[in-house]
Write a protein that binds this ligand. Structure first.
Ligand SMILES: NC(=O)c1ccc[n+]([C@@H]2O[C@H](COP(=O)([O-])OP(=O)(O)OC[C@H]3O[C@@H](n4cnc5c(N)ncnc54)[C@H](OP(=O)(O)O)[C@@H]3O)[C@@H](O)[C@H]2O)c1
Length: 314
């Protein structure tokens, strides 16, 4: 049972632990980084813009000073460079937060030609996790926390048009990427179970939190209608970024968390409130779909998760 109103004060001491937070300079990622640093963790903010990352760490206090490293999830070569550098510098990785994301962007491509939202939100994190896996598996009790959204409920994975070249919709592409986040988190847990690993894969969502998410993507390509709408709904409905970050912090640090759990706010249909164990839709648990997406993600990113292949059935 989760304590009512669980918050940052309930996070146990994190001294000696290392965390990587993608998108740690803004919104939920910033709040996660700040909270973990305040509990003694060594936090690495993985940011596409180093200046923004440096500005963020200047505002964070902690016993172990936080670090910033360059990572562009929309560029596989940047992900490889980040991982090479991280593996050289760090001998453990207790928490990987697959958090960074872009929402409702117009039809754009990553450097490698992937549809931007699937490429950044899912494929980038798929590659990142795979390339860091040996450090994650080598750290007893480590956790991979993947951030999804209530938007997964309207998502579909269309393997015949996964890059949405035939029919593009800003919201549909976001929903696909957020369903992909959950399919990945659960499939990773199934593979970790087969391996008998102490690492767990957990998912979380923030409900509705006022961050830059509602301006960055929607504002691209003349989307002023969306940004105007979000200005109003952010004032009326959204909770703070810190409240939105609590389910991720719970998933990363609480003792009773199990692999494959999904945490989100417990009030107003999962839109606001303190963390609770939540439920994602049936499709996100579809093992066939999870396996197919995994295989397609390996083909696209060329990241093979070899460390998991020593398990009995893969
Ligand atoms: N806020 C909500 O209500 C809400 C609801 C459901 C789910 N979520 C999820 O929460 C996560 C965090 O979003 P947020 O609300 O904190 O939004 P945010 O304030 O816009 O933060 C997003 C972060 O992702 C980074 N990012 C975007 N593209 C990137 C790339 N190619 N490579 C590396 N980093 C990249 C951004 O960097 P820049 O600062 O350089 O742009 C920023 O640091 C996302 O996965 C989102 O889908 C949020």
């Amino acid at each position: 049972m989760i304590k009512e109103q669980w918050d940052v004060n309930d996070i146990p001491d994190q001294s000696g632990k290392t965390a990587v937070v993608t998108g740690g300079n803004s919104g939920l990622g910033y709040e996660v980084s700040k909270s973990l640093a305040s509990k003694g963790a060594q936090v690495i903010l993985a940011c596409r813009n180093l200046d923004k990352g440096r500005e963020a760490i200047e505002k964070i206090d902690g016993d172990s000073p936080p670090d910033v490293m360059q990572l562009d999830l929309a560029d596989l070569s940047s992900i490889r460079l980040f991982c090479d550098e991280f593996l050289k510098k760090h001998q453990s990785l207790h928490m990987l937060f697959n958090n960074a994301g872009v929402m409702q962007a117009p039809q754009l491509r990553t450097i490698d030609g992937f549809e931007l939202q699937l490429g950044t939100n899912h494929l980038g994190h798929f590659a990142l996790t795979g390339l860091l896996l040996k450090r994650i598996l080598g750290t007893e009790g480590s956790r991979v926390i993947t951030v999804s959204s209530g938007a997964h409920r309207t998502g579909n994975i269309d393997f015949n048009d996964i890059m949405k070249e035939k029919k593009y919709g800003r919201l549909a592409a976001y929903a696909q990427s957020k369903l992909a986040n959950l399919l990945f988190a659960y499939e990773l847990q199934r593979r970790l179970d087969l391996l008998g690993s102490s690492t767990i894969s957990v998912a979380a969502h923030p409900g509705y939190a006022a961050t830059n998410l509602q301006t960055t993507g929607p504002g691209m390509g003349g989307g002023w209608g969306y940004t105007t709408l979000y200005k109003v709904t952010n004032k009326l409905l959204a909770q703070s970024a810190l409240m939105g970050a609590l389910p991720m912090l719970y998933a990363a640090t609480a003792k009773d968390v199990k692999g494959g759990d999904y945490y989100g706010p417990g009030s107003l249909g999962g839109m606001r409130g303190y963390p609770k164990l939540g439920e994602s839709n049936e499709k996100s648990h579809d093992e066939n779909l999870g396996r197919q997406l995994w295989e397609r993600s390996v083909e696209l990113t060329k990241v093979g998760y070899e460390e998991l292949l020593s398990s009995k059935s893969h």
